[in-house]
Ligand binder design. Structure first.
Ligand SMILES: Cc1ncc(COP(=O)(O)O)c(C=O)c1O
Length: 387
């Protein structure tokens, strides 16, 4: 998801470079179509492919349990219910898709929206520690744009010291690695999205990963109306959050390619870095030697005075290049959050600064080296014209 900047008019013959695009090779398509045909003769939901997806996902991430559900939002809600957030506060970064905070509310808790670091757009241990209050139950860290917060260990240490749960919102970060540990294995639970634009997609879908067998059993029950294992007794309130075999087939295919996808995304990031190095009008994202970035997006910050919205419109209209912006408005300035919790502009200055400075350049596996060069050349020409 995220804010996609679109404009109704583009020149007819202009090539169009979208900011995100799924990637399926002809061989992948053939494999998926063959799976679809087999599914039609057997179990259509929660069948053998869902089971295989859960096994392979857990194995890939390096945890003992993965539970496939129908969205990342469901995975978040399940984890938050397991950690009993009802009537308690959960710290949520302001720079995220609103689903992260909404899940806290639907699980019965109160999201406390906190500011993020300007350079990484992620939480830091310091920001977390200062926001902890008497009712804080836990923290959701968002691996924004595919970057695990560089001081993740310190955030985890704060949570352990203060007896708070820690959830990774890993919607952007399949394949990211922090000091040798994959995203999904870093916290008490992690929630992945298989939404249409994501690094690993099945159109829709989600996966919850955890090392805790009780959370995994709870998730299997809640996703299926609160039934116990034999599916005859309802033992808690649940809902239909099941994963069907069709999306499991697509997700399995994507998972098999994930290492190649993340490697290509990193190569594209290196191309952008090389070609945009030393450009005074742009600040590139920092690189961290202890982290492998998943590069769901490639965010760059523009020099003061340049308006990201205008730059985005000009890139689309004159060059056929679609860039996206970080989530705008940020969670605390969404109308519902302003009205219900009283947030006002100026409350969280870093996230507001981020919105007025960042654009995210096209990033997807099928983007060619030539297209990257075209994006860079177009961006520089638009920026120079604007100054
Ligand atoms: C950071 C983040 N969290 C949660 C979600 C929700 O994911 P889903 O659409 O799979 O429920 C998204 C989706 O865009 C997201 O970007």
């Amino acid at each position: 998801m995220g804010v996609e900047i679109t404009a109704p008019v583009r020149r007819a013959a202009q090539r169009f470079i979208p900011n995100a695009k799924p990637f399926f090779s002809p061989a992948d398509k053939a494999q998926i179509l063959a799976s679809m045909s087999e599914i039609l003769d057997g179990m259509l939901t929660l069948g053998p492919l869902v089971q295989r997806l859960e096994q392979d996902f857990a194995h890939y991430v390096g945890v003992s349990h993965a539970v496939a559900v129908h969205s990342c939002t469901s995975a978040l809600e399940i984890a938050l219910r397991f950690f009993e957030v009802e009537g308690r506060d959960v710290l949520v970064p302001a720079q995220t898709f609103v689903a992260t905070a909404n899940a806290v509310i639907t699980a019965g808790g109160r999201p406390v929206i906190i500011d993020v670091d300007r350079a990484t757009q992620c939480l830091t241990a310091e920001l977390v520690e200062t926001a902890i209050g008497p009712k804080t139950a836990g923290v959701i860290v968002v691996n924004m744009h595919g970057l695990i917060p560089p001081d993740f260990e310190a955030i985890r240490a704060v949570c352990r010291r203060r007896s708070l749960f820690l959830i990774e919102d890993a919607a952007h970060s399949p394949g990211a690695i922090y000091r040798g540990v994959k995203s999904g294995a870093l916290a008490d639970a992690a929630c992945f999205s298989l939404y249409a634009t994501k690094v690993l997609t099945a159109g829709e879908g989600g996966v919850l990963t955890t090392g805790d067998p009780c959370l995994a059993a709870f998730a299997r029950s809640v996703r299926d109306h609160g039934m116990e294992e034999t599916r005859t007794q309802c033992v808690r309130v649940g809902s239909n959050m099941r994963c069907d075999e069709f999306r499991a087939a697509v997700a399995l295919n994507q998972l098999g390619n994930l290492e190649v996808f993340v490697a290509r995304r990193n190569t594209i990031a290196r191309l952008y870095e090389e070609q945009l190095a030393d450009e005074a009008l742009i600040r590139l994202p920092a690189r961290y030697t202890h982290i492998r970035h998943a590069y769901w997006k490639f965010p760059v910050s523009l020099a003061d005075g340049l308006d990201p919205g205008c730059i985005a419109r000009e890139l689309l209209q004159s060059h056929g290049i679609q860039v996206s912006q970080p989530y705008a408005p940020p969670v605390h300035l969404q109308p519902y959050y302003r009205q219900r919790y009283g947030y006002a502009p100026g409350a969280l200055p870093n996230v507001e600064w981020i919105l007025s400075h960042y654009v995210c350049l096209p990033m997807h596996v099928g983007l060619t080296d030539d297209e990257v060069a075209h994006v860079v050349e177009s961006l520089l020409s638009v920026l120079r014209k604007a100054t």
